[in-house]
Ligand binder design. Structure first.
Ligand code: 9MR
Length: 423
């Protein structure tokens, strides 16, 4: 794929700003301490090992990993190179599967982690920060989803039927039971959280010294089974996160730990009851816990586009999502990454919606991971890897790393001008 016209125009039109950004990148006071000021929204910045504030922009790689026998996404190294050329991104949310990490209780598949490490290197060599995401939907293959190994799936014979939309499968009795057994909330059930935390420890041990990795997304879109709301988030979910944080910090004190709220509710802009978590990094070092909620306004989750009345409802949902996210981030003392947002790019108004979310992320000082890079109707490329209408919309410049305290950054698509201010 050739670099898109938009990218070439930008490269010429914003040369001066690009030079400024390159200087920012190159001459930062190395090791002079992390960005101190908060974002305009009052939450922290994600920082790299040199203390620079990172503006993370990229996509998830990839939904295809969920069902692949080897648990790996569709990409080859040339696809990573193309993504870098076409979009200029610096961030990837890379899907892992617990079933592959721990195929039998207590046995970790180091060959799988080696293959993941190879892919992390493809990204790392091109300047990407990789977020390793322990992905699940609908618990695991044993309940019609992906993520958990079969040995960790107990449904007590209850069914899990396929549903449309797929998210409704979370209410299937077998799926609810499997989650209850995982969280230890079903009577006589085994609490599998310790296993899960030790699986994370195995991953962190493998990647502790890998600078291409920015951190670990502890669980994709957690679901409480029969326990919902704050009772779930401040209860079993917070306990799981504490266990994972503790297990990871035994072997890795530097990488960021990304926590997600219970997806149903928070994805639509409702409040979360997730409590603030301790981060035992040691030596009094500042916590490195980031907040990574997903963003899927309900009217769009139900298949709507971004026009007419639906647009007004989506805008209301976005405003509430932003308010709740910022409030939670301040409560957690955490920077924000929009861990997922995305839609079928053929829907009416889809590009305006993506633009709007990108602007919101810039205003919030939040990172962003578009869902997803799987070739097809949601992606910047179709099944034949030809650019879709989304590509030029995602292809926009931003400061990649700022050595100082960022004040604001803004991309004016019409004037093709990037404005960055910092102290
Ligand atoms: O886009 C994905 C769709 O093709 C799958 O059928 C579905 C179930 O695995 O997952 C979709 O991706 C979802 C992601 O895993 C979690 N957040 C919402 C995404 C879009 O629905």
């Amino acid at each position: 794929m050739r670099p898109p016209a938009a990218w070439r125009t930008w490269a010429v039109g914003c040369a001066v700003l690009a030079v400024a950004a390159a200087l920012l990148y190159a001459v930062g006071p190395k090791g002079a301490g992390a960005a101190r000021a908060d974002t305009a929204s009052g939450h922290r910045w994600i920082t790299d090992r040199q203390g620079r504030a990172l503006v993370l922009r990229g996509l998830s790689t990839a939904s295809s990993a969920k069902s692949a026998a080897d648990g790996l996404p569709w990409i080859k190294e040339e696809d990573v190179a193309r993504e870098r050329r076409a979009l200029g991104t610096n961030f990837v949310r890379f899907l892992l599967q617990w079933r592959k990490v721990e195929p039998a209780p207590g046995a970790y598949d180091t060959a799988y982690l080696d293959r993941v490490a190879e892919r992390v290197r493809w990204y790392g060599e091109r300047g990407y920060h990789v977020l390793l995401d322990m992905h699940q939907d609908l618990y695991g293959p044993g309940t019609g989803g992906n993520g958990a190994p079969k040995w960790a799936t107990r449904t007590d014979g209850l069914p899990s039927a396929a549903t449309d939309p797929w998210e409704l499968g979370y209410a299937e009795p077998g799926t609810v039971r499997a989650f209850d057994r995982f969280w230890g909330t079903a009577e006589g059930g085994r609490d599998l959280r310790a296993h899960y935390a030790r699986a994370w420890r195995a991953v962190a041990e493998r990647f502790a010294d890998d600078d291409a990795v920015i951190g670990y997304d502890l669980m994709n879109e957690p679901w409480g089974g029969s326990v919902q709301g704050p009772a779930f988030e401040a209860g079993p979910l917070a306990r799981l996160y504490e266990d994972c944080v503790g297990a990871i910090r035994e072997v890795d004190r530097d990488h960021w730990l990304f926590v997600e709220p219970s997806a149903i509710g928070a994805n639509w802009g409702f409040a979360t009851g997730l409590p603030r978590l301790d981060d035992p990094r040691g030596d009094g070092d500042e916590a490195r816990i980031a907040y990574a909620p997903h963003l899927y306004p309900l009217p769009m989750d139900l298949g709507g586009g971004y026009t007419g009345d639906t647009r007004r409802r989506v805008d209301a949902s976005l405003a509430s999502w932003r308010e709740q996210t910022e409030r939670t981030a301040r409560r957690l003392g955490a920077p924000v990454v929009i861990g997922e947002f995305g839609l079928d790019v053929g829907l009416p108004g889809a590009m305006e919606y993506v633009e709007k979310v990108q602007r919101m992320a810039d205003e919030m000082g939040a990172g962003i991971a578009y869902w997803s890079n799987d070739p097809g109707p949601w992606a910047p490329w179709d099944a034949e890897l030809r650019p879709t209408a989304l590509l030029p919309v995602l292809d926009r410049p931003s400061p990649r790393a700022i050595a100082g305290d960022p004040v604001s950054y803004r991309w004016d698509a019409r004037a093709r001008e990037l404005t960055v201010s910092w102290t």
